[in-house]
Design a protein around this ligand. Structure first.
Ligand code: RET
Length: 311
């Protein structure tokens, strides 16, 4: 707003002046010291490296999903379940990476660092750290890690109860990992993390102990293959909690580093794992694990009464 100078002078001259207090002989009382405390606010976010990496994974997941769907249509129906499961895994990963690359599925976790002031006895906010948490990852893992476990369990011929235990432990692991990522105190964060690690050990037990015992009754090729792909999976999966620990957990690794590390692991754990599983499985003879029954032929119709049939 523009104000005319003469108008302002006239206005001020008309202002009634409040009389100043008369000087007294009394000494001025000391005022309490007010320490100005403006907290430092920092943001830990992704930069160009992170963004580019997310887009690379979007493309890798899209192309491998297409390849898996095409391969699924070409194999005998008894082998198709593995293809369908693996295609779903990369499809969910594609959706989650597309969300993150376009800025969806990302939240902020706020850490507030306080300082104790001896003079006033107050706890003042000194530093506020806002770090991006990619929660879309956890949605992806909740859906895809059980499917990966299903792939391995079917290969080993694991019983239904063990599969269920492994899948439920897996969901608990991912969800408690998500709680850890958004927790407020160190106790809460590492408490959730410890629970997630116990759930992870339950999965390892089911697949390594029960899975190996079951696969021991199968042919040599299946046994050898289960050992190799199982060891590969165990190694890769164990790296996830380590990355979480140094990135989201201890905050030693930045957001870009975290994205790159998970991208490498995700490509190995999904498309590379998938291609290895499917090509090896397709090459195996008909005596090696195939899924028959309902999953290949649907519900049995033999012996059922069809209402409406004349004969
Ligand atoms: C969290 C943090 C809490 C402790 C543990 C974790 C384990 C995560 C795992 C993830 C595997 C993901 C895979 C993705 C494939 O694309 C949740 C990181 C134990 C094992 C295989």
């Amino acid at each position: 707003m523009y104000l005319d100078q003469d108008f302002v002078v006239e206005l001020l001259s008309k202002t009634t002046h409040v009389p100043l207090p008369e000087p007294t002989s009394a000494k001025p009382t000391p005022l309490p010291t007010v320490v100005p405390t403006v907290p430092r606010v920092t943001f830990e976010t992704l930069h160009d490296t992170g963004k580019r990496t997310l887009w690379v994974v979007v493309v890798v997941m899209a192309l491998s999903s297409l390849a898996f769907y095409v391969q699924a249509a070409r194999v005998p129906v008894q082998k198709r379940l593995f293809h369908v499961l693996t295609s779903f895994i990369t499809t969910f990963a594609f959706l989650s990476y597309f969300a993150m690359a376009t800025g969806d599925g990302i939240g902020f976790h706020q850490t507030i660092i306080r300082e104790h002031l001896k003079e006033t006895g107050q706890h003042v906010v000194k530093h506020v750290i806002n770090r991006q948490v990619f929660w879309a990852r956890y949605v992806d893992w909740t859906l895809t890690t059980p499917l990966l476990l299903l792939d391995l369990s079917l290969l080993a011929g694991l019983n239904g109860a063990s599969i269920l235990v492994a899948v439920v432990a897996d969901v608990i692991m991912v969800l408690t990992g998500l709680f850890a990522a958004f927790s407020n105190t160190d106790g809460q964060k590492w408490g959730w993390y410890a629970i997630a690690c116990i759930a992870y050990l339950v999965i390892v037990y089911q697949l390594a102990q029960n899975g190996r015992r079951t696969v021991a009754t199968k042919d040599n090729k299946t046994r050898a293959f289960y050992s190799s792909i199982g060891a590969f999976t165990l190694l890769l999966w164990t790296l996830y909690p380590i990355i979480w620990g140094v990135a989201d957990g201890a905050r030693i690794v930045g957001v870009d580093g975290e994205i790159v590390a998970y991208a490498v692991l995700d490509i190995l754990a999904k498309p590379v794992f998938g291609f290895w599983l499917l090509t090896t499985h397709d090459k195996m003879s008909q005596t090696t694990p195939t899924v028959d029954g309902f999953w290949a032929s649907g519900a049995p119709t033999e012996g059922t009464l069809r209402v409406g049939d004349d004969d």
